[in-house]
Design a protein around this ligand. Structure first.
Ligand code: HEM
Length: 143
């Protein structure tokens, strides 16, 4: 396969409508102008990304292997190395999912200490207080 032409982000940006529609996916540049009408997801989703990096959008759809193969037909070039890094910095492929740390309260409420000790103890105190109140009211009614 012949060397891919190096195409800058600025050059891609000049092809930003349905007359000439270039998109960037994973650092590669695709001229999808002729593909717009054929695109199973519709022309509009792509024209919205015309002239831009649409890696995240492309990946989010979960395009099939066939779609990836199909894309090769429209490949016209690749971004210079430094611009690939730039695009990645702008749109992190998968932003690191912060491991949601449960709050101290949530951690306590879901802990076995809470379930095994605090729930029965609280229930016991509740029942004790309840009976005390009942006995007290009975004592009042007797006298
Ligand atoms: C060269 C570029 C592209 C090719 C060859 C392509 C190809 C395809 C193909 C073959 C499908 C049918 C489903 C599948 O086989 O995955 C599809 C669906 C779709 N594509 Fe693309 N696509 C491209 C770019 C894009 C871009 C840049 C976007 C978004 C900005 C996009 C959004 C969608 C959506 C929303 C669907 C519909 C998914 C569904 O109905 O479940 N595509 N595309």
């Amino acid at each position: 396969m012949s060397e891919l032409r190096t195409i800058t982000i600025d050059e891609v940006a000049q092809h930003s409508d349905e007359e000439s529609c270039w998109i960037i996916i994973h650092g590669k540049v695709y001229d999808v102008t002729k593909f717009l009408e054929e695109h199973p997801g519709g022309a509009e989703v792509i024209t919205q990304m015309a002239g831009l990096d649409s890696t995240a959008e492309f990946d989010d759809v979960g395009h099939s292997k066939d779609a990836m193969e199909m894309a090769k037909e429209y490949l016209i070039g690749q971004l210079p190395e430094d611009e690939v890094a730039e695009v990645k910095a702008l749109v992190p492929p998968t932003p690191a999912q912060p491991v949601a740390k449960p709050s101290a309260m949530k951690e306590f409420l879901t802990s076995s200490t809470f379930a095994n000790i605090w729930i029965p103890t609280t229930m016991g105190i509740g029942i004790y207080v309840f009976y005390k109140c009942v006995l007290k009211s009975q004592a009042v009614s007797v006298y």
